[in-house]
Design a protein around this ligand. Structure first.
Ligand code: C2E
Ligand code: CA
Ligand code: CA
Ligand code: CA
Length: 280
């Protein structure tokens, strides 16, 4: 009797031990990747829905490890947050983004709009964020107006007053600011009004079913109307079909991003396909 009861418990323990060990291994390799070049950036086009023109791109971090293979950011970003590595990782992303912008500039390529960098709440709490952004911009000769920051609603929740102060400072310096994954958090209209964001990103979970689900259609419609009344732009993420793009445009959404337009691309591919040379 007693032995039988032991079995599932022991199984759970061992299973947990293995998972912990592998996360520890992964964390060590991620720390190494930060300094030895295992990280890279992909860029996903953001387009104006009415014209189809490129208006910006989102910067997405990639990690390839020789033994672990390609690890999804859905795995390594939370790991970095858990292990206190998100600030150094985020700083690497900021620096590499500025370096890429400078390289395109040097090659005579025009990047319209902004490169939008994902910023984790922990980075946002870090009072070095503004200094880091400014240092990277000046190191690579990039203007603040060439960069946007994507923050999730949770980034505003821990210390709202401080978040308001930081967002206002960022805006004054010329950085763009968007609220990521909008609709999945808890922000109220009153709350949203306090933040100086210029853009709301409609979460892809609503976009995915907006043509099949009346609820999701209503949510998307409401977000667009709300953004307009707050004089904010809207961008829909995860747009995979032309029908979604058409419906979003009809509802007054200005911009979109998703596989229908392009998957995230390496810097080289992105430049080849999307960036035009400066005409002399
Ligand atoms: P996110 O910020 O919501 O980024 C959008 C995710 O959706 C990306 O996944 C992108 O590749 C994917 N995606 C784009 N278009 C489509 C589409 O049409 N359909 C579907 N199904 N997916 C689409 P990815 O690159 O795997 O990144 C996952 C998450 O990891 C991001 O979600 C973001 O939260 C985080 N992340 C990625 N890079 C960074 C980074 O540099 N810093 C931080 N803090 N987080 C990052
Ligand atoms: Ca994002
Ligand atoms: Ca998002
Ligand atoms: Ca998301």
């Amino acid at each position: 009797q007693a032995k039988q009861q032991d079995v599932p418990f022991r199984f759970f323990e061992e299973h947990m031990g293995a998972a912990l060990a592998s996360r520890l291994v992964m964390a060590k390799r991620l720390a190494a990747a930060l300094t030895d070049g295992g990280l890279s950036l992909h860029f996903q086009p953001q387009v104006d829905l009415a014209s189809g023109c490129l208006v910006g791109a989102e910067v997405l971090c990639r990690w390839h490890d020789d033994e672990l293979g390609t690890v999804s950011p859905a795995v390594f970003i939370p790991l970095a947050e858990e292990r206190g590595m998100i600030v150094p990782l985020g700083n690497w992303v900021i620096d590499a983004t500025c370096r890429q912008l400078a390289a395109w500039q040097a090659a005579g390529l025009v990047m319209p709009g902004q490169l939008a960098i994902n910023v984790a709440s922990r980075q946002f709490d870090d009072n070095q964020l503004i200094a880091t952004l400014q240092r990277c911009c000046s190191r690579h000769g990039v203007a603040a107006s060439q960069l946007g920051l994507e923050l999730t609603e949770s980034g505003f929740m821990s210390d709202p007053d401080q978040a308001v102060a930081i967002t206002e400072a960022l805006k004054r310096l010329g950085f763009g600011l968007s609220i990521d994954d909008f609709g999945t958090g808890y922000s109220s209209l009153a709350y949203l009004k306090r933040f100086a964001a210029d853009k709301i990103k409609i979460d892809m979970s609503f976009v995915a079913d907006m043509l099949q689900s009346d609820n999701d259609h209503t949510i998307v419609t409401t977000i667009i109307a709300m953004a307009r009344s707050l004089k904010m732009e809207t961008i829909a993420e995860g747009v995979e079909h032309a029908e979604q793009a058409d419906a979003l445009l009809a509802l007054g959404c200005q911009q979109a991003q998703g596989y229908h337009f392009s998957k995230p691309l390496t810097g080289e591919r992105f430049a080849e396909r999307w960036l035009a040379p400066i005409l002399v």
